[in-house]
Write a protein that binds this ligand. Structure first.
Ligand code: ADP
Ligand code: MG
Length: 697
């Protein structure tokens, strides 16, 4: 039984139930309206415990069907799904949960002759459409009056039915529950004709309803001789006809908005409407990752910031997990790094009930806890659910700010983008954190920030950065936003300029954000590899640091040559196959491998997004491919039979070729030294276990 709120669904349902029960039918009425008043007039005016309330109060193992079903004096069984308070949570989600719970508890619908769902029917979301599904109901009745909004809602329900079963007749008929307005019958008749569905029952507006409602009874029960009681017979006959299989059902053929407009204006509505178009379309994913996750990652490297993920426990688990994996990678590169802030990522741990009753309480509780523990900086990152159910995060922030005015809350609303946009998540997190940067019109000469687009896992070795900058006479102000403090971020603006760690940090959007805070971004990325480091250092060279730069290059060269000499004993003449990733040029690898006498047999770039693996032009003799599939690579390997594969290809271990993943993103001269040591190590390893060593920094 579907229809607009207040139109008389519960009245119709309970009268129908009462009449069918009196005829000996075993009937179950399930109220699916957060108002939970569907069965009130069957239960002598008392309200029964709702499924969702019982679920809130008891653990699943202690809930019994008997807690949820009440048997009315007329003999019918009654259930109310329940729902949240108006304005919070998600009532539609509540219906889904309640229906699932009834299933879990083993509610057997075949015990009944009729199961009647009384559903709030503005069909605003998928939750309210659940009882429309074929595994719940066979027949749908539309309750309407002659008010336009009621007809509009009835038409919307037809749209919902069309989306669920376009080919199977499901509609039993229209029930006209009169409001007593003029022309009421005419409008409903014209609607009925236009959609091709008959009015199976017409109930007049009648004072007996108010009288029986006062007693918590149905009209049928209290005034069996009244006009409405007589009219309900037609509905009962139709329902019995549905049970017996001899009453017709109709296809859903809703009106378009234009046709509804014609109907309202009293104009003829076309009858040859043709096939309606399904209105639900699922947008194909744009292949990007979760925005909330990206935001959380970009803030998780800030030591004294508490990052609160307001969302399901599962999202929090996922994000903390990834953060930890990144963290392990970072510890590897920076063995002496500070680990005290690994607990700065928290989750409000929303569970199913919160998505129905709202999650604001949990967020309030979390903020209160953090503030009372003395945290001064908190970021709130919203996952999808709070956005979908409309948690008022702003109110939570206002609330906590009124108690703790000194606390800074970063409000990062990454909810509401189900297809994900990793870039947007990072951008929003950046905007929030950068709002803390103080204004420094006077820059401090020689002070530099390194900016890294991923908060964690940048693979940036702090000592190497400091040593590079030191040779130039520069000092490191901070690595933004990786292992830095809020104070460092506040003072980020005083640095003379900023060096991006990766190509991503050079993207125009990011650059603009930094420039808006008066920060100057260098065009030169942190260097990776020997030649790149020399070129990079010389680009920053000036009269005052020339000597120290050249001396530094000299000492790095000496060390590099030492490594080349040592590793060439193993690598000389060895044939090496490289498999690269997007945005990771491999020229520096070819330089080093060639220096130690190895032969690069091919540089492949694999995967759907590709790029030139050797963009420098220094290695035109090396065959390269910018878009290799796994099969291409396997064919290459069969043919070339290299001694070593650097890079990842599925099934490489089966080929009996030594292999290991590419070295982690790294910087400076040492990148080349590390690579040679790593390659030599892999070559020396027993062939069947070489891959185990594959974790060069
Ligand atoms: P819904 O379940 O669609 O929200 P209800 O069945 O609760 O609507 O009806 C709303 C109010 O309208 C109730 O107070 C009910 O008694 C009254 N009502 C319903 N149908 C009639 C009618 N035909 N004549 C007079 N009052 C009615
Ligand atoms: Mg109702």
């Amino acid at each position: 039984m579907y229809g607009k709120g207040g139109i008389g669904k519960s009245t119709t349902s309970s009268n129908l139930t009462c009449r069918l029960a009196s005829k000996g039918y075993h009937i179950l009425q399930i109220g699916c309206d957060p108002k939970h008043d569907s069965t009130r007039n069957l239960l002598a005016g008392s309200t029964q415990p709702t499924v969702l309330n019982v679920m809130k109060e008891k653990p699943p193992s202690e809930i019994d069907l008997d807690d949820l079903i009440m048997t009315a004096p007329c003999g019918a069984d009654c259930i109310e799904s329940g729902g949240p308070e108006p304005g919070i949570g998600c009532a539609g989600r509540g219906i889904i949960t309640a229906m699932n719970e009834l299933k879990r508890l083993g509610l057997n619908k075949s015990d009944y002759d009729v199961v009647l769902y009384d559903v709030l029917g503005d069909v605003v979301c998928g939750g309210f459409a659940v009882p429309l599904r074929k595994d719940y109901s066979n027949v749908v009745y539309l309750v309407t009056s002659g008010e336009f909004m009621a007809v509009y809602a009835a038409n919307n329900i037809l749209r919902g039915i069309l989306n669920h079963s376009p080919d199977v007749p499901r509609v039993g008929g229209i029930i006209l529950n009169c409001r007593g307005m003029e022309d009421e019958d005419d409008l409903v008749r014209r609607f009925s004709e236009a959609v091709g569905i008959p009015v199976v029952c017409r109930v007049p507006r009648d004072p007996h309803f108010a009288m029986s409602e006062k007693e918590g009874r149905t009209v049928i029960d209290m005034f069996p001789e009244s006009e409405p009681a007589i009219q309900y017979n037609a509905l009962m006959d139709n329902v019995i006809g549905q049970i017996e299989g001899d009453a017709p059902r109709y296809l859903s053929n809703p009106l378009t908005d234009e046709e509804l407009d014609l109907l309202l204006k009293g104009k003829p509505v076309r009858s040859d409407k043709g096939q309606c178009i399904r209105s639900i379309r699922i947008k194909p994913s744009d292949g990007e990752a979760c925005a909330a996750r990206s935001a959380a990652m970009s803030l998780s490297g800030i030591k004294d910031l508490a990052v609160v993920i307001h969302g399901p426990r599962a999202c929090g688990y996922n994000m903390c997990n990834i953060r930890d994996v990144h963290f392990l990678g970072d510890v590897k590169v920076n063995p002496d790094m500070d680990l005290t802030y690994t607990d700065n990522m928290l989750c409000t741990d929303m569970v199913d009930a919160d998505s129905i009753f709202g999650g604001a309480d949990k967020l309030n509780g979390m903020l209160e806890r953090l503030c009372s523990e003395g945290r001064r900086y908190i970021a709130i990152i919203t996952a999808c659910i709070p956005g979908i159910i409309g948690d008022d995060v702003s109110a939570c922030i206002r609330n906590i700010k009124s108690k703790y005015p000194d606390v800074t809350i970063l409000d990062v609303r990454t909810d509401g983008n189900l297809t994900g946009s990793a870039f947007n998540g990072t951008r929003m997190a950046r905007e929030a954190i950068m709002s803390l940067i103080d204004d420094y019109p006077e820059k401090e000469r020689g002070l530099v920030n390194v900016i890294s687009s991923s908060g964690m896992n940048s693979g940036l070795d702090r000592r190497r950065i400091i040593s590079l900058l030191d040779s130039l006479g520069y000092g490191l102000n901070s690595i933004l936003f990786n292992r830095c403090t809020i104070d460092e971020i506040r003072r980020a603006g005083r640095a003379e300029f900023n060096i991006p760690a990766s190509k991503r940090d050079l993207s125009p959007e990011y650059r603009q954000m930094y420039e808006d805070h008066g920060m100057v971004i260098s065009d030169r990325l942190l260097p990776c590899g020997f030649i790149e480091s020399v070129v990079w250092l010389r680009a920053f060279e000036n009269d005052s640091n020339k000597d120290s730069v050249e001396k530094y290059i000299e000492s790095c060269t000496a060390r590099y040559q030492d490594v080349v000499k040592r590793t060439s004993k193993t690598l000389d003449g060895k044939r090496i196959y490289l498999i690269g990733w997007i945005g990771r040029p491999m020229d520096w690898m070819v330089d080093a491998l060639k220096d130690s006498g190895a032969i690069v047999v091919k540089a492949a770039m694999s995967g759907p997004i590709t790029g030139d693996p050797l963009p420098s032009g220094r290695h035109d003799e090396v065959p390269k491919s910018s878009a290799s599939t796994t099969n291409d690579i396997l064919a290459d390997l069969e043919e070339l039979k290299p001694d070593l594969i650097l890079g990842t290809v599925r099934a490489a271990n089966r080929l009996n070729i030594r292999n290991g993943p590419l070295p982690k993103n790294t910087i400076s001269f040492e990148a080349s030294c590390d690579l040679l040591e790593y390659a030599a190590d892999l070559i020396r390893a027993p062939i069947e276990s070489s891959w185990k060593r594959g974790c060069c920094r």
